[in-house]
Structures are given as C-alpha cells and as structure tokens.
Design a binder for this molecule. Structure first.
Ligand SMILES: [Zn+2]
Length: 80
C-alpha cells in the first residue's frame, strides 16, 4: 500500500463521503471545502490530480468506500 492509498483509507474511515449522482464529494483534508471525485473516470477536482493525473488520496478514499459498500467494485479495477 502506498502513501496516497493509506491516506485515502484514513479519509474513508474518518470523513463523510457523499454520493452525488455519478460523483462523490470528499472533504478537503486541509479544511478548505471539498473535492468532487468521479471514480468511473478516475477524476478528482483536487490540484494533486490536476497536476499529474495520478490516483490521488480522494480517489482512493472513494474506492475504499465503494468496495466497503460493495458498489460497482468491478468497474474500479480493484484487482490491480
Ligand atoms: Zn483528489
């Protein structure tokens, strides 16, 4: 498990992640608002993702929540 994945797991455990249609609202860890995550497109509105296109901690957080709830896990490539 890498550092982002670990932080994502912590976010999923601590924060309220709100489904909004196809996207999820994930609170910012710095306390400034929230980010929108689209797990199907692996998109997040945070600067971390915008800069490099990597799977950020918010995306990981949403994936953890989805796998926990068993929702659409097969779409998320959780196997890799
Ligand atoms: Zn993000």
């Amino acid at each position: 498990m890498n550092a982002r994945e670990e932080r994502g797991r912590a976010i999923a455990a601590k924060c309220r992640i709100t489904p909004k249609g196809n996207v999820y609202e994930v609170p910012s860890q710095t306390g400034n608002g929230s980010y929108l995550v689209n797990p199907a497109r692996e998109y997040c509105s945070c600067p971390d993702h915008a800069d490099s296109g990597i799977v950020c901690k918010h995306l990981y957080a949403v994936k953890f929540v989805m796998s926990r709830t068993g929702r659409a896990a097969s779409q998320l490539n959780l196997a890799n």
